[in-house]
Design a protein. Structure first.
Lengths: 157, 510
């Protein structure tokens, strides 16, 4: 049984699909098949786990979307960004990553944070400065390898 | 140099000879779910992982002693810093000779997904098996349910006779001169006993059909399975005035099969024929059960032929699909042929509908035992390929003897190949090395002595042992030297006698 929940919302001819749960071998994307909207936004915020079988299902699904459909990836968690960086076909050519989670670490209070960044905030694959949401420290450390984590940006026009 | 590993998909961590972590590739970051900041401060691998039921630390230590490529068994890795997270992995350890010195690399093959999928597959397969068993049982219950009306009729006949005789006995007992009516009393009592025996047989057959374990195969006679099935269907056959004829065109109908499953297939086919014949009011309804040996591939063929209305083309296409039925609602589950097909396929046979001008003809083909001998179970086939122990060929036209001897010898770890047909046994001797032949003496067509003679003619050098009753001991005495017969097992024999003889004969072999 699929542990992936998909909620759809249509506003002004833009369909937003909110994905939550696990993308694995049981993931069922049929509720999203046959979409005719010119613009589709996939909001990955609720995705907690994915495995290679689920990735295969996703790649197969995304490849079947009509070529003219404009696709946006929104609020991608770290696990989604890692897959986009590694798996050919996970990111649809011509699509846009609007926002994503970025890992930060505060040396001052020793806490990790996932900060939602807009793609435009990242320049030259350098993480933007972020203040700690826990202690207010002005400059948290980016908690991944910038060159690798922001690799996906080369696909962004 | 170590940065070359950064482009690989496989998680790799490099240790120096003090077992300290000197490099992790990005794939290791992902696998360990730790940011580079944490990994930079990790001194030893076991600050990140623990194992259950396997001493990984000790295993890695051994690798440092020998500095050679080593591959671990499959193991469960617990991520210490990630609560509740475990990975199923296989670890490869190999030395690295670099300009900077000697290092040891640990490459991790993460098989968690395969493991989870395999577990899920096994679980679903088990569920399928359970469901299938339930469907088979439901079909049997349905078949018996349909037969209940006629079976109750069958039971009521002897019951009437028994009741009538008890009344007669009451009358006789009122006679003051009991010795004078003794003969009548004995006859009435005999009739009652016979009636009760008939009822008992009917009920026993029903219980046997329903509940006996069905998972074991044994050497059994197809002719017997037909006779028992026809007996169980006696009532509906009589009720429909259907004539049934069995034509055995071979003396040997022994197969390695589950006799109850065979019976279930025969009952399904005959019951379908009865229903079709009765429903369409076929004049002089009859069913023919014909058994013959295919002379080309030596398979055993059973044809179930009726002179009924036949099967329409539209039904033929889906005939073996579940829930296909032409019967009225409530009269059939539509599972009988589908289940029969599964049963026959599980015996590596086939079942098909044959074209006929009149009526319907189902052909069931069961492979010869020779073919079965290599596929009858993992135990045997694994044994044959893995262990090169003695192979014993048993030849006897009595399925019970084949079953008993197979059990005796397999219990002792021997590889047993059994055949009910000397002709087949000879082919087998010609095809592969057989270390010992145990052959019955009294068999139709080719007897044991002829078999021994033909085996020697085709170059078989191994020992041959006769099996027969003591009255045939003379045959052994005559052939002992002439055909190098190694011994004789006198029927009836015990397990100890069989084992002793086999051990003795194989021990003598040069």
């Amino acid at each position: 049984m699929s542990k992936l929940k998909i909620d759809k919302e249509l506003v002004d001819s833009i369909l937003t699909a909110q994905l939550a749960g696990t993308i694995d071998e049981d993931a069922d994307f049929t509720p999203l098949q046959g979409l005719s909207q010119p613009s589709v936004v996939f909001d990955f915020h609720g995705v907690t786990m994915l495995n290679s079988c689920g990735i295969r299902e996703w790649v197969s699904f995304i490849a079947k979307l009509p070529p003219a459909t404009r696709v946006t990836y929104r609020r991608c968690p770290q696990i989604i960004i890692e897959q986009i960086n590694m798996v050919h076909g996970f990111f649809r050519e011509g699509a846009v990553i609007e926002s994503f989670a970025a890992p930060y670490y505060c040396e001052h209070c020793d806490k990790e944070s996932k900060v939602l960044l807009k793609t435009a905030q990242v320049q030259n694959r350098h993480a933007p400065t972020q203040a700690c949401p826990h202690c207010g420290e002005a400059n948290m450390e980016f908690d991944a390898l910038e060159e690798q984590y922001f690799h996906f940006l080369k696909n962004q026009g | 140099m170590l940065t070359h590993y950064d482009h690989l998909f496989e998680p790799i961590v490099v240790l120096d000879l003090q077992k300290k972590v000197v490099h992790c590739n990005p794939a290791f970051n992902l696998f360990s779910k730790q940011p580079p900041r944490v990994l930079r401060n990790i001194e030893f691998l076991f600050q990140l992982f623990e194992t259950k039921d396997f001493d990984l630390e000790g295993w890695i230590d051994q690798g440092f002693l020998k500095l050679e490529l080593r591959i671990s068994p499959e193991l469960e890795l617990i991520h210490v810093r990630e609560k509740n997270l475990t990975s199923h992995v296989v670890i490869r350890q190999f030395p690295l000779e670099l300009a900077e010195g000697t290092f040891v690399a640990i490459a991790i093959h993460d098989i968690s997904i395969e493991k989870n999928l395999y577990d899920k597959y096994r679980q679903q397969l088990q569920e399928l098996h359970t469901t299938h068993a339930q469907i088979v049982q439901a079909d049997k219950l349905a078949t018996l349910g349909e037969m209940t009306a006629t079976i109750s009729h069958e039971i009521s006949n002897p019951l009437t006779i028994a009741v009538g005789n008890t009344e007669l006995i009451d009358v006789y007992l009122e006679n003051p001169d009991l010795p004078a009516v003794r003969a009548e009393l004995v006859r009435a009592n005999g009739d009652i006993r016979e009636s009760i025996d008939r009822i008992h047989n009917i009920i026993r057959n029903m219980k046997h059909f329903l509940w006996q374990s069905e998972y074991t195969k044994e050497f059994c006679s197809l002719a017997d399975a037909i006779a028992q099935s026809v007996e169980l269907l006696k009532t509906p056959l009589e009720a429909g005035d259907v004539k049934v004829e069995t034509l055995l065109l071979t003396e040997d109908s022994v197969v390695l099969a589950n006799p109850l499953k065979l019976q279930q297939v025969i009952i399904n086919l005959v019951k379908n024929a009865i229903d079709a014949l009765v429903e369409k009011g076929t004049p002089r309804p009859q069913i023919l059960l014909e058994v013959r040996r295919n002379q080309t591939d030596h398979s055993l063929e059973l044809r179930v032929v009726d002179n009924g209305p036949g099967i329409s083309t539209s039904v033929k296409e889906n005939l073996f699909r579940p829930f296909t039925t032409t019967k009225k609602v409530g009269q059939g589950t539509g599972l009988g042929l589908s289940i029969s097909q599964k049963i026959i396929e599980s015996h590596k046979g086939t079942i098909e509908l044959q074209d006929t001008e009149v009526g319907t003809c189902f052909l069931v083909r069961l492979p010869p035992i020779e073919g079965y001998s290599f596929s009858r179970g993992d135990k045997v086939s694994r044994g044959i390929t893995a262990k090169q122990g003695p192979r014993i060929l048993i030849v006897d036209n009595e399925p019970q003897i084949l079953n008993v001897l197979t059990r005796f010898l397999e219990d002792e770890g021997h590889h047993v190949i059994a055949s009910a047909r000397p002709e087949e046994a000879l082919r087998f001797i010609g095809k592969m090395d057989v270390d010992l032949v145990l052959t019955d003496l009294s068999m139709p067509e080719i007897n044991g002595r002829q078999l021994a003679h033909l085996a020697r003619e085709q170059g078989h050098q191994g020992p041959i042992v006769y099996m027969s009753t003591s009255k045939n001991a003379e045959a052994y005495n005559r052939d002992r030297d002439k055909m190098r017969i190694a011994g004789m097992l006198i029927k009836p024999f015990t397990k100890e006698e069989v084992i002793r003889t086999v051990k003795d004969v194989l021990g003598r072999k040069p």
